[in-house]
Design a protein. Sequence first.
Length: 339
Amino acid sequence: MVQSYHPQTLNEIIIQNQSAFPYAKGELSQLLSHIAVAAKIVNKKVNKAGLVDITGAADNVNIQGENQQKLDVFANNAFIQSIKATGILGGIASEEDDEIVIFDDDLSLNGKYVLCIDPLDGSSNIDVNVSVGSIFSIYRRISTPGTKVEIGDFLQEGTKQVAAGYIIYGSSTMLVYTTGLGTTSFTLDPSIGEFCLTEKFMESPKDGVVYSINEGNYVKFPQGIKDYIKYCQEVDKDTNRPYSSRYIGSLVADFHRNLMKGGVFIYPKTLSNPSGKLRLLYECNPIAFLAEQAGGLATDGEGNRILEIKPTNIHQRVPFVVGSKNMVLKVEEFMKKYK
Ligand code: P6P
């Protein structure tokens, strides 16, 4: 008897869910499908990075003052071109573009959504073959359809996201997304070119034994963070301490491991960077949405829920504490002592 292989694909799951989505009428499903197409295009390049002349800097610098890696530029173009083709999106705020990218063709002017994206997060790891990722966040526009989207369409609180997700280009390529109905993961099956369902309604462990932070910045951390790191390193059999320190330097990879196994990721404010490093619109908000949908928490380390922060500019940075609920609460406990 020949076994039939029919995995549930991303498109099937999106369509199943779209009926539960108040105003999708298929547009959101199309948007997510086009994001998946762009992800497959990026995946193909990322997997060959060492073989073709695509690694290394693209000898220009982005607004963050960071060397744009060639794959950054390629990934940015891949997502913009693939998503613009849908005519559903009015524009994009990207880590790689100083200003919002407005689509002014007739179809896109009536687009109901806008996208915030980090097309290739952790790109400095590309040359050393460490997992990198793409992170996206989708909002309904609040400006009048039929006109060009405006900056206000992008500066909405994270609670207004209609969908968010990431692709992790690792030992396997996975897409993890949410539309507010739980966090769902898919794994790319290269033999059929489809993202196939891996896990529905992911539940992040409430506790974990991994803390992720760049301890190279230790001397610049707030005292509460220093105290928390020492807490993680103290011996306490009842609470499985000392914990393990795991830090890849690629947000998507660090977050994905902690989402699956439990753990807390911390990129706090420091003396030199009082707003931290990570960007609210296209790193912290989408990751926070996914974390909360999986039972986790995401704050700025000072009791403010990431998703409730009102953005003031598209490249705004915020301090970021995200992951297992009880571990985020413990970080907050230490930080509160010095509030
Ligand atoms: P640091 C990558 O540049 C990134 O934006 C995240 O992916 C990652 O978590 C963080 O920066 C790493 O920053 O300062 O520890 O190298």
